[in-house]
Design a protein around this ligand. Sequence first.
Ligand SMILES: C[S@@+](CC[C@H](N)C(=O)[O-])C[C@H]1O[C@@H](n2cnc3c(N)ncnc32)[C@H](O)[C@@H]1O
Length: 380
Amino acid sequence: MTPAARISAAIGILDHVLAGLPAEQALLRWSRSSRFAGSGDRAAVRDLVFDALRCRDSHAALGGALSGRGLMIGGLRAAGRDPAELFTGQGHAPAPLGPDDRPGTAEGIADIPAWIQPLWDASLGDRASAVADRMRQRAPVWLRVNPIKADAATAVDALAQDGIAAEADARLPTALRVTAHERRLSQGRAYRDGLVELQDLSPQLACAALPLVAGMRVLDYCAGGGGKTLAVAGRAPGLTLVAHDADPARMRDLPQRAERAGVSVQVTAAPRGVFDLVIADVPCSGSGTWRRTPDSKWRLTSQGLRDLAAVQAQILRRAADLVGPGGHLAYMTCSVLDGENGAQVDQFLAENPGFRQVSRQSWTPLEASDGFFLSLMARG
Ligand SMILES: C[S@@+](CC[C@H](N)C(=O)[O-])C[C@H]1O[C@@H](n2cnc3c(N)ncnc32)[C@H](O)[C@@H]1O
């Protein structure tokens, strides 16, 4: 596909997304109906779509309309390019520019939905605009080295043999930042043999802050695909790892991922007994990960956020019942909004005097990668 044909494809996909279809579904639908597109085309179109969604409102302003076409025109203008070079109407290129494609101004547009802006500002204080700005950029790819199978140097060598460049991060011995060819990862030996897993730096830092001691019983109460379960495995010998999720289908891949990692995990629909550590990686707005899932930024509603807060409070109460005497409860979100983080924990602590907070940490893309929150609490 020519660059202009890729832009035409992105325009069509974005129109579906703007009409309400989730971006992944819109991309999949286009892929299925575009057998002529090679893997390079698919990756390029995906990048165009996600770049546009990260900067939706400012690019719409620059492009003259909140439409697929407006977003593509605005994106080119934001990059200092003349859209007329690609919007020629020739071959598969989009139609030439017309009077409706006049540029507006993007000044003062932070690409944060207007109703969230006050919550964003109150949560992030003097870093609010810098974090919003960072959310308009692509996120780096991070890997977690599986200490059961390799150390960082071995993993970097294995990745290099797969044609992937990665470098260790000084903050965490298991964190590798991919610097080139991340799309080769799933086909590579380092990944297939369980030496590395895809995991952002911030949840890795949060999991590294958990108090893991040999022989502990650990429950991952909202395990999903098992990212946190696998991140704590191997951090201390003889851990009993139990994974639970209200939606068992979300844990479908966990047995296979655990096997690849060389870890034993019990999956359960109903956790029994008490645990030394309960991890509650609760469903949240994902506002810390909006670089990776930019359409969720625009899909979130105030009612949706209120519903999430209610589920988070309910999960905290249930998870707390599963913490044994002297045990710990780790509440995590990938949000930067205080209503899902500090305020939620403060409410829980006010209602549960049997728990005290041991530590509270939050990360934003300014100092780590995704925005992330951890409150570590202890019973008794
Ligand atoms: C942020 S995701 C978990 C991601 C996962 N820990 C990981 O690292 O891959 C939140 C999970 O909570 C689950 N969940 C939602 N409501 C729940 C509830 N009431 N009890 C337990 N899990 C719940 C969802 O199904 C979802 O898989």
